[in-house]
Design a protein around this ligand. Structure first.
Ligand code: TYD
Length: 392
């Protein structure tokens, strides 16, 4: 059942250079589906990894302290709790997690430019897509792995059957697979419809992921709820016949999702209506500020912001430019819009009254960093859970 139509959208991480400003972008209709049988939420138009992930990919995990700390804490936890000889990460990005395991780590990262950043941290990286062919190659060269980690990656791959079959090929008998992704429950609760874009092919719930994993003789034995990326789930998974016992957090997590009716169509229909309201309210805020001739900029040119801006029809009439710390995004145009992204400096917010929080999921980090300007009266516009202007 399609419950959300986010209109025509460009590919989210295709930031346009100034000289290709006029070049036609790929656009697709962003429809979001709930399957009442499998309870899986996915986007209708699914692009292949080859189209989305290439050697000029702009996303770097290490761009936020929150994520760097998140990976560090998990690494420490793994060191404390598990016995392992080798660690594999699928979609290791710039090595923010694997750097804690250096010589026993192997990373898989298809985007060559990003893989190089991980290699600079002395991590062994195979720059390729996660496929059965690659898993077989890894198995014959490196053997089996005790820990396999994947954050914000597996949901980006169209063929989930292939993903889990490949993982099974390289996961040790008593090994642990840890995956981390935005939580569907948090997305629905917070009205964060911007979790949907071409790379986020699936948004998992504990309910839907448990059903998928059963087919592969895999079992989720522990669940952790994280604050990162607007509310994520960290799933600890083992082979069905592993000695590891299933933790109480699974029962509790399922109960929470069922209480919220995450398995029912009506939940999604209501969410769809809230998203339409959210669009009207956000545009209203921008229009009012524009009519009063306020200068408004954007803060954090995230992929999520691409969904919001394109869905709501926000242009450079509303947002003069965006700020971002990522070198790969600076001096480029935000996809589907005509808004330029400028380099962030610690003084960027002096003389700014309003900034749209594109990186709303890092609000705490950003508010801490910009405390001085917030105290001076700078305000942020946020769309979640409902559009409003926030400040000190
Ligand atoms: P992010 O939310 O990580 O992901 P996605 O692109 O998947 O939606 O993107 C946040 C963006 O915000 C990223 O481009 C880095 C940028 N950013 C800043 O410019 N300043 C900051 O202080 C933080 C935390 C992020």
């Amino acid at each position: 059942m399609i419950f959300l139509n986010l209109g025509y959208q460009p590919l989210a991480n295709r930031y346009k250079s100034l000289n290709s400003k006029k070049k036609k972008e790929i656009k697709y209709k962003l429809l979001v589906n709930f399957d009442p049988r499998t309870k899986l939420v996915s986007i209708k138009r699914k692009f292949s990894s080859k189209i989305m992930f290439n050697d000029s990919y702009p996303y770097r995990s290490s761009m936020s302290k929150t994520m760097v700390n998140n990976f560090k804490e998990l690494a420490l936890k793994i060191k404390r709790k598990f016995i392992y000889k080798k660690v594999l990460e699928i979609g290791c990005n710039d090595g923010a997690f694997l750097k804690h395991f250096n010589d026993i780590a192997l990373g898989v990262e298809p985007c060559g430019n990003i893989a190089k950043l991980a290699e600079k941290k002395k991590i062994k990286v195979i720059s390729d897509y996660w496929t059965k062919k690659l898993a077989n190659k890894i198995k014959s060269e490196y053997g089996l792995f005790d820990i396999i980690y994947s954050a914000n990656t597996l949901t980006h791959i169209k063929n989930l059957n292939d993903v889990f079959k490949s993982i099974n090929l390289v996961l040790n008998k008593n090994g642990v697979l840890i995956i981390e992704d935005p939580s569907l429950l948090e997305c629905i609760k917070k009205n964060t419809y911007d979790q949907f874009y071409n790379e986020h092919i699936y948004v998992f719930s504990l309910i839907s992921l448990s059903k998928i994993l059963k087919k592969f003789n895999l079992r989720i034995f522990k669940l952790e709820n994280l604050d990162v990326h607007g509310g994520s789930n960290r799933y600890y998974i083992c082979k069905n016949n592993s000695k590891i016992r299933t933790h109480q957090s699974i029962k509790n997590g399922l109960k929470k999702e069922l209480k919220f009716s995450l398995d029912k169509q009506t939940t999604y229909k209501k969410f769809g209506l809230r998203v339409k309201k959210s669009k009207r309210l956000l545009l209203d805020i921008f229009e009012k500020l524009r009519l009063k001739k306020n200068k408004v900029i954007g803060y954090g040119a995230s992929a999520k912001a691409v969904t919001i801006l394109n869905y709501c029809g926000i242009t450079n009439k509303h947002i003069e430019y965006f700020l971002d710390t990522t070198p790969e995004k600076q001096n480029k145009i935000l996809p589907g819009t005509n808004i330029l992204i400028k380099k962030y400096t610690s003084k960027s917010l002096s003389n700014i009254n309003y900034a749209f929080l594109g990186a709303w999921n890092f609000k705490n980090e950003i508010f801490k960093k910009e405390n001085k300007y917030l105290k001076k009266g700078c305000k942020f516009i946020t769309h979640a859970p409902m559009p409003k202007i926030v400040g000190k």
